[in-house]
Ligand binder design. Structure first.
Ligand SMILES: Cc1cc2nc3c(=O)[nH]c(=O)nc-3n(C[C@H](O)[C@H](O)[C@H](O)COP(=O)(O)OP(=O)(O)OC[C@H]3O[C@@H](n4cnc5c(N)ncnc54)[C@H](O)[C@@H]3O)c2cc1C
Length: 468
């Protein structure tokens, strides 16, 4: 049987699932797969996006690990396509390439003042709290009042990590520098803003409920947000089970708030005295229009109140409010980065493609070039979606056999030799296993499952310990 050599760029879930699916697919050729990852560690946003206090989701890594440990896929970490390897290199050594480079940047929010000091992108904060090697070790947590803009799960993760007490994160794999940073966080009030109403949110119920369960934090609701008579909610949104559950969760918070207010107005001083020290305010129908600044620093968020148009849209009301905050996080979506020598759709932030077949500028499929995961369909959807997505790409790849590249250098040792010649300190799967064991040992010493190693040079050193 002939052998197909495939390069995959990006070892997040999309890249690893693509490798797994090709290995398991019905085909009349053998496969050799090389997986290139710019970081020393694999798993993409599962390691560097999913919050540390979500161990169940992080557990997906075990399934991905099985693929990498299986011995058929060769892993080359610390290798960046576009710097360490070019498209010409791939064409010389492989029959095809799948780009699975994901997304790690924030989508932009176009309001005046958004670049002020104290205004941050959620993606940068996520990279910090998950110990991404390429971001600074320190994060400025100095504000007592903080705004988070966005009504999706990333906004929930960011809010939870900001409002949670650092000691409650200790059982997780949170890196030491992050624990120290969060432990000194003086936050007292967090304001979470959404342009639309409580029934329109993109949160998932489990994650929303979890926000209300954070230790020693009070949920504060603005009853005005629930006062609209909106036919679209009853006729359309409440037909969705998720929305019904979300509505129930919010109603429980409203009831709890009413009970608290009743206790206070009855003079129950004890109830007031026992109130949590941190508060999380939910603001709906609130469209950010300006970041208010003082001496170049965030001093508040100006919002315009909106209201439903009854058909699923919003109407601006012309009523403005300013909420005083000293820092602000924009969780309005992620955005993919262009990949060297490959077409890029800068509006959608994706590699233009049809079913994973990458398209040239004149919309014709580029032979041998494929995409999968967030860089294929945009930064939406859960890890599980990257699997069905990879299946589609793999089916196209197999179907296109006649148009693959014709590589001239197919010896197994050619790529390691090329990388070594270029001075690239690549990490192997055995090297990654050494980092993994090292992190687990660090954790064990502290009674924790794992403590992440953050600096890239330290990861590379541990990984290459046996290379001399
Ligand atoms: C903050 C956050 C929280 C999330 N929480 C959850 C959750 O709880 N549950 C859930 O199911 N989903 C969650 N998701 C979604 C999930 O992370 C994504 O669906 C999934 O990671 C997308 O997979 P991917 O492989 O396409 O991209 P990624 O995971 O981003 O992987 C892409 C990989 O490509 C590498 N790469 C990029 N460029 C290059 C290059 N030039 N050369 C070599 N390598 C390169 C990157 O380093 C990265 O490792 C979350 C996402 C975010 C942002």
């Amino acid at each position: 049987m002939s052998t197909m050599r495939l390069a995959i760029v990006g070892a997040g879930p999309a890249g690893i699932y693509a490798a797994d699916l090709l290995m398991k697919a019905e085909r009349d050729f053998d496969v050799e797969i090389d997986l290139f990852e710019q970081l020393p560690a694999p798993y993409g946003l599962v390691r560097y996006g999913v919050a540390p206090d979500h161990p169940r989701i992080k557990g997906i890594i075990n399934a991905l690990k099985e693929v990498l440990d299986g011995g058929t896929v060769r892993y080359f970490g610390n290798v960046r396509y576009g710097e360490d390897l070019t498209l010409a290199d791939l064409k010389r050594h492989y029959h095809a390439v799948i780009f699975a480079t994901g997304a790690i940047r924030d989508a932009s929010l176009d309001v005046p003042g958004v670049d002020a000091e104290g205004s941050y992108g959620a993606a940068d904060f996520v990279s910090w709290f998950d110990g991404h090697p390429d971001v600074p070790r320190e994060w400025p947590l100095e504000a007592k009042q903080v705004a988070v803009i966005g009504n999706g799960n990333v906004a929930l993760d960011v809010s939870r990590m900001l409002i949670k007490y650092a000691d409650d994160l200790l059982p997780t794999e949170v890196p030491d520098n992050v624990y120290q940073g969060l432990n000194a966080n003086p936050i007292e009030e967090l304001h979470l803003f959404g342009r639309r109403g409580p029934h329109y949110v993109k949160f998932t119920p489990l994650e929303l409920r979890e926000l209300g369960e954070v230790n020693d934090v009070e949920m504060v609701i603005d009853e005005r947000d629930f006062a609209f008579d909106d036919p679209y909610v009853d006729e359309t949104l409440l037909k969705n089970k998720q929305v019904v559950v979300i509505s129930r969760i919010m109603n429980a918070w409203r009831d709890a708030q009413r009970e608290r207010e009743a206790a206070v107005s009855e003079g129950a001083q004890a109830a007031e005295g026992a109130r949590p020290t941190r508060r999380l305010h939910l603001h709906f129908w609130s469209k950010p229009v300006e970041v208010v600044t003082e001496d170049g620093r965030v001093a508040g968020l100006k919002i315009e109140r909106t209201r439903p148009d009854g058909e699923g849209g919003i109407i601006d009301t012309g009523e403005f409010e300013i909420v005083p905050v000293q820092s602000l996080y924009r969780a309005v979506g992620y955005y993919g980065s262009p990949v060297d020598e490959i077409p890029f759709d800068s509006v959608a932030g994706v590699i233009p493609n049809v079913q994973g077949r990458v398209l040239s500028a004149d919309n014709a499929p580029l032979p041998g070039v494929y995409a999968t995961g967030w860089i294929k369909r945009g930064p939406i959807g859960l890890i599980g979606h990257t699997k069905s997505d990879a299946m589609e790409t793999i089916e196209c790849l197999i179907e296109d056999r006649n148009t693959w590249w014709q590589p001239e250098a197919t010896e197994t040792g050619a790529i390691p030799a090329l990388l070594t010649e270029r001075g690239v300190e690549y990490t192997t799967i055995e090297g990654w296993q050494r980092i993994d064991e090292h992190e687990r040992a660090l954790g064990e010493a502290q009674g924790r499952e794992r403590v992440k190693v953050v600096p890239r040079d330290e990861m590379t050193r541990i990984s290459r310990a046996d290379e001399g």
